[in-house]
Design a protein around this ligand. Sequence first.
Ligand code: SF4
Ligand code: SF4
Ligand code: SF4
Ligand code: F3S
Length: 416
Amino acid sequence: MPEVFNWHLGRPMEYAFEEAHPERQFAAVFNINRCIGCQTCTGACKATWTFSKGQEYMWWNNVETKPYGGYPHHWDMKILQQLDEAHQAGGREATWRSDDSSKYGIYEGMTITEAARDGEQALGYLPPDAEWTAPNFYEDTSTAYKGGPMGISLDGASLPEHQAWFFYLQRICNHCTYPACAAACPRKAIYKRPEDGIVLIDQARCRGYKKCVEQCPYKKSMYRGTTHTSEKCLACYPRVEGDDPLSEGVPMETRCMTVCPGKIRLNGLVEIGEDGTWVEDRQHPLYHLVQVEKIALPLYPQFGTEPNIYYIPPRWAPRSYLKQMFGPGVDEAIGRYTAPSRETLAVLQLFRTTQKMIFRYEIEEGPLVHETEVNGKPWSMYDDTIIGFDSKGGEVARLSVVEPLHERSKERLNSI
Ligand code: SF4
Ligand code: SF4
Ligand code: SF4
Ligand code: F3S
């Protein structure tokens, strides 16, 4: 198998195809801390793309309650167990070694490709029909609460970690750099677009072999019985291309991103170098959050597909659980999110302010408005203004850190 470089893992790894990278990559940051579990994103995707016969169980966007929820049921537990068994059988450990030259350290374990059984491209399984039912099973179910005799305990009741906890995990296809679905397909029906890294299934080539369903570790390729082909999130590509009538010819964020009332999502296109790493783009909001501040992390980087949806981890969940899910960068990410730098606080205002993708930001400095201590260290807040620009350099967002207060004039007061 050819060797490719995976910067999430800080090392080369085996993959089915030779290394090749798109000019730009579709990517997003999801802030788990702000999600209210309203499923507006889920409904928007369904109403746009999966409302037809044969697509009833397809939820290209889903929001599940961790640790118990999952769609299909237990998808991550099952693949993690397979990976664990492969490590045990090989006498290896899935550890990370710290290394200053890589973003998160160096992963010393096996990826799903490296642990594949003979004749297979990757570890995987085909979920039975029953596991595709009930997309929001275990909604709002928390872990056990160990209260005293009266059921009251203050142990672990406050931050940084709660004793009883759950959080919402928002999931779409990761438009992976090294998609396991594409590697698995015997028909070569799945491809990654060179212009934006979006991963699509060619419906004319697909013959319904379901190897993509089996070997996508995130279970985001789904089989359709009425057409005998598989389908998946297509990153709302007409919007990304700027073809939507609303877009005025510039790339727009996808449907699931733009409807989010929790303002947790920021979607964009990032420039990719020939070696597959992100080209330095200091004023790009996604570059700032992922590469500079490192407060947004990939989901299960150890799977080895180099996913392109990044998550700001929830502050209140146990770190060991989060490290299994987002890798070794969790402590640093949560630390920097809890006491954000002046620049990061301004960048965080950009989430869900415009339907157009933001390619660059500028910050106008404002006055000091608040001083306090966070985790025993001084922290200051400034009322800076951040301005976002679209792909053509047009201004599409302007926000201050302190939300302006608008008082309704007397003549406009409600009469009831
Ligand atoms: Fe393919 Fe799954 Fe990655 Fe999407 S998340 S690109 S379906 S491997
Ligand atoms: Fe659905 Fe578009 Fe979101 Fe993909 S990006 S989950 S197709 S709304
Ligand atoms: Fe969470 Fe936003 Fe989806 Fe609501 S629309 S569930 S806040 S990601
Ligand atoms: Fe290939 Fe998946 Fe279709 S494996 S043939 S894209 S069902």
